[in-house]
Design a protein around this ligand. Structure first.
Ligand SMILES: NC(=O)C1=CN([C@@H]2O[C@H](COP(=O)(O)OP(=O)(O)OC[C@H]3O[C@@H](n4cnc5c(N)ncnc54)[C@H](O)[C@@H]3O)[C@@H](O)[C@H]2O)[C@H](O)CC1
Ligand SMILES: [K+]
Length: 511
């Protein structure tokens, strides 16, 4: 699913209004009705007090429509107008009049702290103060109102975006943003929902289809893509009946040092479970018996040292995963440097491999095109330097990717694969995957996909998705805390099967 910029979103609005020959007021009615439907579906008429806070722009206009529909359906509604400006939008005003016609009580005008209502914990708040139009800092009393709502612990539903959150930059004051329980967003998700600094405000996201012009959305370049099942399914390459293990390539996993052989075990298993035809672990001597025992399906090549001092292969691997548990010893740095100079196979570099690149940036000049690098935030910082905020981090990563023609997977809650200007935001995975060895498994999965002929970009995007999906399955079985990296490997198969599972149709009788 595409993610658009604010400007592109407004253009989509315009395109819809023009092509359907409807007014913006009608589009607002359609959008806000979707939010109402969702609320009504969940509340089923429950007489809980609902406080609807409306700004004076179109987000506020949506809020007024929601208030009117709630009133009409007999809910206990109180509407507040947050008068942060005199510039009331045309559609806000039209809906203000329409609400006054049906409301049991007139909207309460808020102009300062003295006007704030008492909110009880069990009440519901609809947050329609600011939408994607927020473009400057809040006046102090509105910031205080947002803090007042946050303090109340009411269940809070934000319309389109939590108020106080810019759609395209981090907030001026992190405490002056609504922490919403559910954000009902229009048509497409917003980029800020998936970045660590801003994603915290939008806990659950519901995307409602408001029928924006499909053609426009399709041709719009967007600023990122959210990767879910629909996006990865077309990438999947099915296996042929008359194939053999050679068809699916030979993965080589290079890494390990004394006490860190487990990383290579995990990556090698993951490459095989992802479908690599053959796998070889290239480890120091001390890892020989461990890998042979733990992964009998794999072959092992050893260096006769406790740390790798030479990486010498007498065949061309279909794919290489390198760096896991490697150490950053001088002789290992030399070995990696020599290897990268001569390597022409598709390659994933992780962990100490990245640390070595960061310390010796000259090595970056020897990377094959579209090398995949999979840093966690600390490793990324070593590679690209400190960033000011999440947006700066993305821009610096884009710049790095362009300079070195590499694909960078920024690992995190929503891992983001960056290739030049393109951002792919992963939507699988869970906090249980924040566990030792999880990254080694990802390296193995991506290597396994590369070995089967997936293009580097597809291998990275699909690999990150599968890794998260396998982790979701694991967490489903054991709970977050008990997930260990081996469980992610064990569920790679289920993650593939999950791709082809149809969503079951709810049984009418039980609904
Ligand atoms: N296709 C859609 O997504 C649709 C979206 N709708 C809703 O419209 C809002 C965007 O509305 P807009 O009027 O452009 O902006 P806001 O309501 O978010 O902001 C109000 C207004 O206030 C000005 N402003 C910005 N920052 C400040 C500030 N700090 N202090 C004071 N005033 C400020 C700014 O100029 C804005 O004009 C979108 O999110 C949806 O909720 C439509 O209803 C349907 C289609
Ligand atoms: K809002």
């Amino acid at each position: 699913m595409k993610i658009l910029s604010v400007q592109q979103m407004r253009m989509a609005d315009e395109a819809t209004i023009t092509s359907e020959k409807i007014s913006s007021l009608e589009l607002m009615e359609r959008a806000a009705t979707k939010v109402f439907d969702l609320l009504h579906n969940r509340l089923q008429g429950t007489p809980i007090p609902i406080h609807v806070f409306c700004g004076i722009g179109n987000n506020g206009g949506d809020g007024l429509v929601i208030s009117r529909l709630l009133e009409k359906h007999g809910y206990h509604v109180r509407t507040y107008i947050v008068n942060f400006s005199d510039n009331r939008s045309k559609d806000f005003l039209a809906n203000y009049d329409r609400l006054k016609d049906v409301a049991s009580e007139w909207p309460v005008q808020l102009k300062s702290k003295q006007d704030f209502p008492t909110l009880l914990d069990q009440d519901i708040v609809i947050d329609a103060i600011f939408g994607i139009g927020l473009n400057r800092p809040l006046v102090p009393w509105v910031a205080t109102l947002i803090k007042h709502i946050n303090k109340s612990k009411c269940f809070t539903v934000s319309v389109d975006i939590p108020s106080g959150l810019y759609a395209d930059k981090i907030p001026d004051d992190p405490e002056s943003v609504i922490y919403s329980d559910v954000t009902v967003t229009f048509q497409l998700p917003k980029l800020v929902f998936f970045l660590p600094q801003t994603g915290i405000y939008a806990r659950d996201i519901e995307i409602v289809d408001i029928g924006l012009n499909r053609e426009f959305l399709q041709q719009s370049p967007g600023i990122a893509e959210l990767i879910g099942k629909n996006e990865v399914l077309p990438l999947y390459r099915s296996r042929f009946k008359y194939s053999h293990k050679g068809t699916y390539g030979h993965s080589v996993l290079v890494g390990g040092s004394y006490g860190k052989i487990g990383s290579v075990v995990l990556a090698t298993k993951a490459a095989l479970k992802t479908g690599s035809g053959l796998a070889t672990a290239y480890v120091p001597e001390c890892g020989y018996a461990i890998v042979q025992t733990a992964v009998p399906e794999a072959m092992v090549i050893t260096d006769d040292d406790d740390e790798l001092s030479e990486i010498d292969l007498d065949f061309k691997p279909s794919a290489v995963g390198i760096g896991i548990g490697l150490g950053t010893n001088e002789k290992t740095i030399k070995a990696l440097s020599n290897f990268l100079k001569n390597n022409t196979s598709p390659i994933v570099i992780d962990a100490d491999g990245i640390n070595i690149l960061a310390k010796h940036p000259k090595l970056l000049e020897n990377l094959t095109t579209q090398t995949i690098i999979t840093p966690h935030p600390k490793e990324l910082e070593r590679l690209i330097g400190r960033w000011k905020d999440d947006f700066d981090k993305l821009n610096k990563t884009i710049e790095f990717s362009k300079r070195h023609d590499c694909i960078v997977v920024i690992k995190g809650a929503n891992s983001i694969t960056v290739y030049k200007d393109q951002l792919y935001i992963n939507n699988t995975g869970n906090p249980g995957m924040a566990t030792a060895g999880s990254g080694d498994v990802l390296t193995g999965i991506i290597t396994g996909l590369l070995s089967q002929g997936y293009s580097p970009l597809h291998a990275a995007v699909f690999g990150v998705y599968l890794h998260g999906s396998a982790g979701d399955e694991a967490a489903h079985q054991t709970g977050f805390e008990a997930v260990v990296a081996g469980d992610i490997v064990a569920n790679i198969g289920t993650a593939f099967l999950e791709l082809f599972k149809q969503r079951s149709i709810p049984d009418k009788k039980s609904s």
